[in-house]
Design a binder for this molecule. Sequence first.
Ligand code: ADP
Ligand code: MG
Length: 629
Amino acid sequence: MTKKQKKLMIRIIVSAALFAGGLFIPHEAELFSVMWFIRLVVFLAAYLTAGYDILWKAVRNIAHGQVFDENFLMAIASIGAMIIGEYSEGAAVMIFYQVGELFQALAVGKSRKSISDMMDINPESANVERDGEVLEVEPDEVEIGETIVVKPGEKVPLDGVVVFGSSGLDTAALTGESALRDVTVGDEIFSGSVNANGLLKIRVTKPYSDSTVSKILELVENSSESKAKTESFITRFARVYTPIVVGSAVLLAVVPPLFFGNWSDWIYRALTFLVVSCPCALVISVPLSYFGGIGAAAKRGIMIKGANYLETLSKAKIFVFDKTGTLTKGSFSVSEIKPEKSLGMSENELLELCAAAEKISNHPIAKSIVKAAENEMNREIPTAENAEEIAGFGVRAQIGGKEILAGNARFMVKEGVFKEDNISENSSGTVVFCAADGKYAGCISVSDTPKENAKEALSELERLCSAKKIMLTGDREKAAEEIASKLGIDEVHAQLLPDGKVKAVEEIFAQKPDESALVFVGDGMNDAPSLARADVGIAMGALGSDAAIEAADVVLMNDNIGCIPLSVRIAAKTRRIVIQNIVFALAVKVGVLVLSAVGFANMWAAVFADVGVSVIAILNAMRTLSIKE
Ligand code: ADP
Ligand code: MG
């Protein structure tokens, strides 16, 4: 319990004790007698102890022009009860209401804690090597370039590169994946993971404020604050609902007594009516449900940036995927090398030439060619004198005085190496063509395989929300079709330039039905505009990629495509629970409202119903925190 919650609890206990004492004072005491006065003071004390802050909030909100909120309803009902002489009722309203508030605070605290527990990634200290000594300092005191020591069992406090040792890293707190990740000298390593076995020395590459841990904690904090549409629906609803309720209460207090007399009885009914009408259960349980859903997702390494995205995900009908690295592993391997015979180059010469040009590129295709060449040559690949990458086409480089081009057929056509895109259509996979001084020099086929669970994940999406699955790629038609048919993709757009992907997303967007949502799934590398354009942009494998974390609405820390149907399931469950709560709360409210209007429910029953509904709604909301595998 926090200090604030303890204080509230003490207030409730004191107030309840006063209240209990008050019940012993004879009720029938004559108006303005000493007994009457003592009774009034005792109940008033109980009332104010429990409810002074509610009264104050009501006054403050009225001053700010927000008249009709739950504080107002409680204030007016309890003050009304006091005025008509129902002192115990007035005090009881406040006490029960505060019990509900306390319960709510505890529930929110619990779900917040379960998120922060599982997000137990914040390092307390770092062991930094300075002048031959190891010092324990705060993580934010370590500077870039310094070396830190992480012993087995310790949390990695800062991002960096391993300079000594090798070990298995437990990244479960970050990615939700339990398998250890092997790291050794030269590997990049992320803060928040736990060093499972060997001693590691790490050269720090980022200040603490830019580290993975800080980014993720920031993400979690922001996401729990942003509001969902259903929440704003409740605010809107309250704006209409509350005045109607207050209006009806006034009518109930004034009209019937004009005919039947018995003013205080009808006023009492009207006040009861007001208490019942308080929408607390909704005001509390809806945000709590979203909070729980976001927490359940975070446990699996799925960071949802706001409740509104969780809401939108539950309406997802169209999923657009980037091919490389999203549906496929993104690690190409060279399958065939075909030098052009007339130039008399050997396979190895062609591979080396291409690799030298590709060295500047970070594209997975380029990396695979460089790797294959290094393995083949057993020596360093020469570095190009001058090289540039043309996104969506390939690379151009100066090597040994020759101009080398390596890239797709479109690139060759653009550069006038050959006229039509008509070469090697029979080879499978992706083909990188190579040209030297404008002459065709041969081609290298590389192939990529779909992720193991990609097919399963896509068919689960189909099952969950009859999703339409579309794949976008800059790769050629044939390679794209091969992957698409393996995975059961419904529609393929191939040979897209990087900006063509956004255009494709926009076209698909324009055609989709209004109520359904479009989800774009990419790796956040070249597809930030598409991630931003979609209703929900999901970036995969974002651990360590700031660009992806920035651009996406939902960030998957791991590379597991199965997290996409899982996110959809969490969204659907959260939405289901929110709707259950809204329907349940409204049904009980309407029932008790009717009973109180005809005089069958007294104010106690009303408050009890209100608190009871809130408690049940809260318990139901907390179900969102758990999710079945
Ligand atoms: P995708 O992510 O769908 O593969 P890209 O825009 O990254 O799309 O690349 C599109 C195509 O451009 C690739 O399939 C490849 O044919 C070609 N390409 C891009 N960069 C390179 C490169 N560095 N080397 C060779 N080909 C490249
Ligand atoms: Mg890509």
